[in-house]
Design a protein around this ligand. Structure first.
Ligand code: HEC
Ligand code: HEC
Length: 315
């Protein structure tokens, strides 16, 4: 119950719960006359419907009263054993998070033999294994497709994992690091040093790098400003920096879009994009299979031809 902002609320909830049960018992007690033992003579309320339907006032059966009292005590017993009384954790120390972790480790132990086979294989070999690819795709559809798309081709702000240049690289090591630790691509907004007109000129220059339609005069001004403000991350040639996740601006592959307005938005307001770390969500075995699957998608382009060919031949 660590999510209470201060100690008071724990006591408040415990009081509400206990008073609730006490109220239930008081209610029963206050009605005891009406509950009284059956005396033989049945009290008639005097209400009659349809000529012969009379409403009687029988005391409730004893078994009902017993059950009512038992339920109250059951509730109290439960609150002693399990969490429910504000900040009190219950004498059994039960938490639902623990139960999930327990179920998870049981499940992981069950599937471990499936992954054992791949433990000694390197990423290219796993990528070439048909069974591993089936598992990899299933893992991807369950854990990654909501952001990267079921075809892994991404969407606005979610990188395409199949084609085009990548932000952080597609070597098995880079992919495994992206998946395990997550990524956070940060471009600071440059509003303080670049005005909107200047940003428009720079955007024209950036468009020209990818061979898109541009205004020649503005490109000349934009290039100067680009060299002043952008090379630290995107490089003098605009090819980006994989260590920072600064995208290649020359390949006509866009996370956000290629229109002047979109590029100006990136320049003025910056971007902050996050890939969530998977290390606590997936097992290292699962991450290895996913790495191999994603690496295989792009044809293992970032690895020397000989290894990729060996993997393909082994299939
Ligand atoms: C909540 C959305 C989300 C989920 C879920 C997600 N990703 Fe990502 N992923 C992103 C974003 C956003 C980026 C880009 C981060 C950046 O711009 O720095 C990214 C980046 C990546 C990269 C680096 C791409 C590059 O161009 O270098 C890889 C690889 C990747 N994700 C794989 C995966 C895999 C595999 C899974 C499933 C286990 C997954 N992602 C789940 C949002 C997500
Ligand atoms: C401190 C490093 C840094 C600087 C300086 C910087 N950028 Fe970026 N830029 C990045 C990063 C990192 C990203 C990727 C953000 C993400 O993952 O969403 C990015 C993204 C972009 C994008 C989006 C690309 C796409 O695919 O949609 C554009 C366009 C861009 N930058 C242009 C510029 C221009 C032009 C300048 C100079 C005015 C500049 N950047 C300065 C780091 C930087």
């Amino acid at each position: 119950m660590s999510d209470f902002v201060n100690g008071f609320w724990g006591y408040y909830i415990a009081a509400v719960v206990l008073l609730g049960i006490a109220w239930c018992l008081w209610l029963l007690f206050s009605q005891r006359k009406w509950l009284g033992a059956r005396t033989g003579a049945v009290q008639d309320t005097g209400h009659v419907w349809d000529g012969d339907l009379r409403e009687l006032n029988n005391p409730v059966p004893r078994w009902w009263t017993m059950m009512y009292v038992l339920m109250c005590f059951f509730g109290l017993g439960y609150l002693v054993l399990y969490p429910g009384l504000g900040a009190f954790n219950g004498s059994l120390g039960y938490t639902s998070a623990q139960e999930v972790r327990h179920d998870q480790s049981e499940l992981n132990a069950q599937v471990k033999p499936v992954y054992e086979k791949f433990a000694k294989m390197d990423i290219p070999a796993i990528a070439a294994d048909v069974e591993a690819r089936v598992i990899g795709q299933r893992l991807f559809l369950n854990n990654c497709a909501q952001c990267h798309g079921s075809d892994a081709k991404g969407a606005t702000s979610f990188p395409n994992l199949v084609e085009g240049d990548s932000l952080y690289g597609r070597t098995p090591e880079a992919l495994q690091a992206s998946i395990t630790n997550g990524r956070n691509g940060i471009m600071p907004g440059l509003q303080a040093i670049v005005d909107a007109r200047m940003a428009g000129d720079i955007a024209q220059y950036v468009r020209s790098l990818s061979g898109l339609a541009h205004d020649q005069i503005r490109v000349i001004r934009g290039k100067r400003e680009y060299l002043n403000n952008c090379v630290a991350c995107h490089g003098a040639d605009g090819k980006g920096n994989k260590a920072l996740g600064a995208p290649n601006l020359t390949d006509d592959v866009w996370l956000y879009g290629s229109s002047e307005a979109t590029i100006v938005h990136s320049i003025l307001n910056g971007r902050n994009n996050r890939m969530p770390a998977q290390e606590h969500l997936l097992t290292p075995d699962q991450i290895r299979l996913l790495t191999a699957w994603v690496w295989g998608l792009s044809g293992g382009r970032d690895i020397t031809g000989s290894v990729a060919q060996k993997a393909a031949a082994a299939q």
